[in-house]
Design a protein around this ligand. Structure first.
Ligand code: KIV
Ligand code: ZN
Length: 457
């Protein structure tokens, strides 16, 4: 009898860490649309945003929490009461809410950014998780810059947060500094040293500054992590996060090395990638693994010859397995509505009859002019047809609820509110930390420093 494969939780942070990357900002309606696609993709957790960062982000998290009911919906909060309260306010209507609390633990962050001691860090982490736990059962803790934190101190902080009820410990390689063997060893150390670790899920959150985010995340999984945090197209701060499609397909193509399963529906990967790039206007690099334009293209004669004889010669996965449209389906003026609607679906769009007729009329006019209508032409045409001010039929979201929520959401983003002023100072009082615990006397500088950091989002 074969042993059951371990299940890896896919935590998608496209809408939070991904959205933090330059050029990738999304409005509420766009976030909601992508959240529905992430749901179809089968991710387990959607990190929908950072509710205290802006009113817009707060409303987006709230809208996603009400409209997307299968996955866990997470919201990020720094380790202080105002952040956690705001996150909970946005999440509380979710079917499965999760508060994600972050606090830096490396000496470099404690000294220069937070200006607190190690003891204060442990106390702040403990109080933050205790408070989050009083609101929500599912609480994740991230020791920011974990890979540059003294491992003994890291384990001390993790001990404290497990003790007060954290259910997931996420280990971020915030600056993309670690390498696979080292990151695997860190996960092993945590598994050996942290008290009560057997009752919590260990997670990996890797950045790609040295191009090793996916390799590091996979090393963490091999060492016992059971959740990975990742983004569509690998977008995220600076060089990005570990790419969801690469992690999932590495497990699927190499079960001999990564014998794990995920709930991701491979055939929805391409549609998610296209939708994200269409929403943000940030194109996918042509040679990007799994979903780049050239990922399944064979140009060299020797490769084409091999492919024609047997695709196994040069293809380790089929384009269909990740939802890349069948390239044999060429769209031109002789194509019918059926082919057009299939290609639209493959690109992440579903239309009702009237909307399809509308698109089809424009498509035929275009095909008359340019012979072959490529995906990017079609996306442009769809975008054009559905300009909010135009007369076109609105895009039909596959899930009726999504449409209602999107309409709702739209009405709320017509007149964006100005950026909010901080409503509550941090820490709570001049001589206390975020939870009212006393700070050392004579450290008046500390409050201003922490305020700068806490409001600098
Ligand atoms: O990179 C990072 O440290 C983060 C945390 C909020 C998990 O994004
Ligand atoms: Zn990150």
């Amino acid at each position: 009898m074969t042993a059951e494969r371990a299940r890896i939780t896919i935590f998608d942070t496209t809408l939070r860490d991904g959205e933090q990357s330059p050029g990738c900002t999304m409005n509420q309606q766009e976030k909601l649309r992508l959240a529905h696609q992430l749901d179809r993709l089968g991710v387990d957790v959607i990190e929908a945003g950072f509710p205290i960062a802006s009113d817009g982000d707060f409303e987006s998290v709230k809208a996603i929490a009400s409209a997307v009911r299968r996955p866990i919906i997470a919201g990020l909060a720094r380790a202080c009461r105002p952040d956690i309260e705001r996150a909970w306010e946005a999440l509380k209507d979710a079917a499965r809410p999760r508060i994600h609390v972050v606090l830096a633990t490396s000496d470099i962050h404690l000294k220069y950014k937070l200006r607190i001691t190690r003891d204060q860090c442990v106390q702040q982490a403990r109080e933050a998780i205790r408070f989050a736990k009083s609101l929500c059962d599912d609480v994740e803790f991230s020791p920011e810059d974990a890979t540059r934190t003294d491992p003994d101190f890291l384990c001390r902080v993790l001990d404290a947060v497990v003790d007060v009820g954290a259910t997931t410990l996420n280990i971020p390689d915030t600056v993309g500094y670690t390498v696979p063997a080292e990151f695997g060893d860190l996960i092993t150390t945590i598994r050996q040293k942290v008290k009560g670790i057997e009752n919590v899920t260990i997670s990996a959150h890797c950045h790609n500054d040295l191009g090793m985010a996916v390799a590091n995340a996979l090393a963490a999984v091999s060492a016992g992590a059971r959740q990975v945090e990742c983004t569509i197209n690998g977008i995220g701060e600076r060089a990005g996060n570990a790419s969801l499609e690469e992690i999932v397909m590495a497990m699927r193509v190499r079960p001999d090395r990564f014998d794990y399963e995920t709930g991701v529906v491979g055939e929805q990967i391409f549609a998610a990638s296209q939708m994200l790039s269409e929403i943000t206007g940030v194109p996918v690099q042509p040679n990007k693994a799994i979903i780049g334009r050239n990922a399944f293209a064979h140009e060299a004669g020797i490769h084409q010859d091999g492919m024609l004889k047997n695709p196994l010669t040069y293809e380790i996965m089929t384009p269909q397995s990740v939802g890349v449209p069948d390239s044999k389906l060429v769209l031109g003026k002789h194509s019918g509505r059926h082919a057009l609607s299939i290609r639209c679906e493959q690109l992440g769009y579903q239309f009702d009859r009237r909307a399809l007729d509308d698109i089809y009329r424009r498509f035929v006019r275009l095909a008359d002019k340019i012979k072959h209508v490529e995906d990017h032409h079609l996306l442009e045409l769809i975008r054009d047809t559905h300009k909010p001010s135009g007369s076109a039929t609105p895009l039909i979201e596959p899930i009726a609820q999504a449409k209602a929520a999107a309409v709702n959401a739209l009405s709320q983003v017509q007149d964006p509110e100005p950026l909010p002023e901080p409503t509550a100072p941090f820490p709570v009082g001049p001589q206390t930390n975020a939870f009212g615990a006393a700070l050392p006397v004579g450290d008046s500088h500390e409050q201003t420093q922490q305020e700068d950091y806490l409001w600098g989002v």
